[in-house]
Every structure is written in structure tokens, then in C-alpha cells.
Write a protein that binds this ligand. Structure first.
Ligand code: GYE
Length: 311
């Protein structure tokens, strides 16, 4: 097997390693950074990375994974666009003894079908965003509109759940409208425009909760075009911590974000190298950190420190 063979080649194995990466696409600034960081990480480690962009389609991902299996790669990374429908192709990888690591999104399938998943706790992210809002509004009535991520994706499902958990029991806070913006700026803006129309020109909206910063940036644009002030007339809370949201926070146009590292590949390659060297089994979930940033956290400085990190 490839495991035994790599065990014999010892420390030099990383240089001989070929890894296939099925990436979702480039819907967000965070996603683009993850791609950049993954390519950098592979290069630094001497890993030959085969990159496949699925253009948001699961069927393209499944094709890419089958291609990687046919090529006999040593391992496969998948950022799974949606949570369901992975059993067959993962069973094929398992039969071929090719370890699979999930990056940034979880799936609804037996964890025996993959080696590990490197992701944030997405329910927790939603909770952090919701708890920030609960604190910020106090007893005030607050109608929230929600921009969901890609339908059927684990971050959309879980970030919604966590936020709802945080506001549960606070009857002054209600989600009045909720729709997908597919994690993109364009759709985030479009959907926010329709929310504004439906909510008295935006005057009835107290806050927008976006499942990622890109949709929040689109929403900020829509709020401005409606003649309202994002960050004050309508509060803006989102997730990812991409550089642009810190620029918006510095301008007072966004209120809070929850940081998600674009470096999922580093921890993935670390455990993969160990697994291929001597069979060391990683935990089934490698959880990345989730940290809240608000306007008081030197957004200009954070922007400066992030802007060259591959975003
Ligand atoms: O938050 C969003 C991206 O899967 C957790 O996907 C990731 C999400 C991220 O497009 O910006």
C-alpha cells in the first residue's frame, strides 16, 4: 500500500507526495485566501498539489475526486460544497486506500469515510455572532434579516442554528427575513435590496446577520444606496474576518465579525504527513479557532496585518 511504501522512504516522503485538492470555487474572499494558503503550504512542504476548481458544483467535485483516485494520488483534500451526497465517492477513495481530509466544511456521512476534518465550530460561530447582537441591543426591539450561505452547506446550516440558539429567549430580537445569498457579494447585495424593499425602505430593519463577510459587504452597499447608514441605522454582523470587513469596521459601517483562519491546509498536511509516515491516526475533527472582532479592536491595524496574507 502507499502507506507502507511511504513508511520505508522515511523523512523524504513529503517531497514524493502527491495530493489532490477539490476546491469549491472562489465565491468569497475567504475562499480565495484558503486556496492561496493551500498552494503555499504545499509548496513549502514539497508536496505536488493537483488543484481542481469545482465552480460551486458538487458533481464537478465528485468528478475531480474520481480523477484523483484514477491517478493514484497519495491523499485527497475536499472542501465539500454541500453536506450530503458524499458516501459513494468517499467509499471509492477508501477502497483505493487513499486518505481523504475534509477542509472547512463538514458532511453528513460516517466519519469512517474520511481521515479527519479541519473546520471551525460553525454552530459556535453563529452563537458568537448572536451573542454579540444580544449584548449590543439590550432591551431594544430588534428585527434581524439574515443572509444565509450556500443552501445545504454545513456553514449555512450551522451558522443559522448557532445564531438562533443565541437569540432564543430574547423575545425583543426576531429574525424577520432569511434567504440565501450564496456566500457572494453580488447575491448578498441583491437579497439585501429585496429585504430593504420589504421592510419599509430598510427603516424596520435593526440588524443584518450575514453568514460571511462578503455578503455583509454586499449588504453594506445596498444599505448605503437606500440612504441609510450601515453600522448604525442597520447593524452589520458577520463571519470570516476578511480584510475588507475591517476596512468597513474602521469606517463604522460594520460592527462585528468572527474570525476564520484560511489556513486549513497546514493542520491537514501536518496530520497527513504523520499518518503516511507511521499510520498515526489524527482525531476525527481538528477544530480551528473562532474569535470575535468588533470596532474597538483596532480594525485599521487588523486590516494592515491581514492584507498580505493571501486574501
Ligand atoms: O465562511 C465562506 C466561504 O466553508 C466555512 O465558505 C467556509 C465558508 C466561509 O465561502 O466565506
Amino acid at each position: 500500500s502507499s502507506v507502507a511504501c511511504l513508511m520505508m522512504s522515511g523523512a523524504a516522503f513529503a517531497a514524493d507526495m502527491t495530493v489532490g485538492f477539490s476546491q469549491i470555487g472562489s465565491e468569497s474572499g475567504w475562499r480565495a485566501a484558503e486556496t492561496t494558503v493551500t498552494l503555499q503550504q504545499a509548496k513549502e512542504r514539497g508536496i505536488d498539489l493537483k488543484f481542481a476548481d469545482a465552480q460551486q458544483k458538487q458533481e464537478n467535485q465528485i468528478k475531480a475526486v474520481r480523477g484523483f483516485i484514477a491517478q493514484g494520488v497519495d491523499a485527497i483534500l475536499i472542501a465539500p460544497v454541500v453536506a450530503t451526497g458524499w458516501e459513494d465517492v468517499l467509499a471509492e477513495a477508501k477502497d483505493a486506500e487513499i486518505p481523504v481530509i475534509l477542509l472547512d466544511r463538514q458532511i453528513d456521512a460516517s466519519d469512517e469515510l474520511y481521515l479527519t476534518a479541519v473546520t471551525s465550530d460553525q454552530v459556535f460561530e453563529g452563537k458568537v455572532a448572536g451573542e454579540w447582537l444580544v449584548k449590543d441591543v439590550g432591551d431594544q426591539e430588534c428585527k434581524v434579516v439574515e443572509l444565509q450561505g450556500t443552501t445545504g452547506s454545513s456553514p449555512a446550516i450551522n451558522r443559522k442554528k448557532g445564531f438562533e440558539e443565541a437569540i432564543a429567549g430574547h423575545d425583543n430580537i426576531t429574525i424577520s427575513r432569511s434567504q440565501t445569498g450564496d456566500f457572494t457579494r453580488t447575491k448578498g447585495k441583491e437579497v439585501m435590496e429585496s429585504f430593504i424593499k420589504a421592510e419599509n425602505g430598510g427603516k424596520d430593519i435593526c440588524a443584518v446577520y450575514a453568514h460571511n463577510d462578503d455578503m455583509a459587504v454586499g449588504a453594506i452597499q445596498a444599505i448605503k444606496e437606500a440612504g441609510l447608514k450601515p453600522g448604525s441605522d442597520i447593524k452589520v454582523v458577520s463571519i470570516d474576518a476578511v480584510p475588507d470587513i475591517f476596512l468597513a469596521m474602521a469606517e463604522g459601517e460594520a460592527n462585528a465579525t468572527v474570525e476564520l483562519t484560511p489556513n486549513m491546509a497546514g493542520p491537514a498536511f501536518d496530520v497527513l504527513e504523520k499518518y503516511l509516515a507511521d499510520g498515526t491516526m489524527p482525531p476525527k475533527w481538528i477544530q480551528t479557532e473562532s474569535k470575535l472582532f468588533t470596532q474597538g479592536d483596532d480594525p485599521k491595524g487588523v486590516y494592515e496585518s491581514k492584507k498580505d496574507l493571501g486574501y
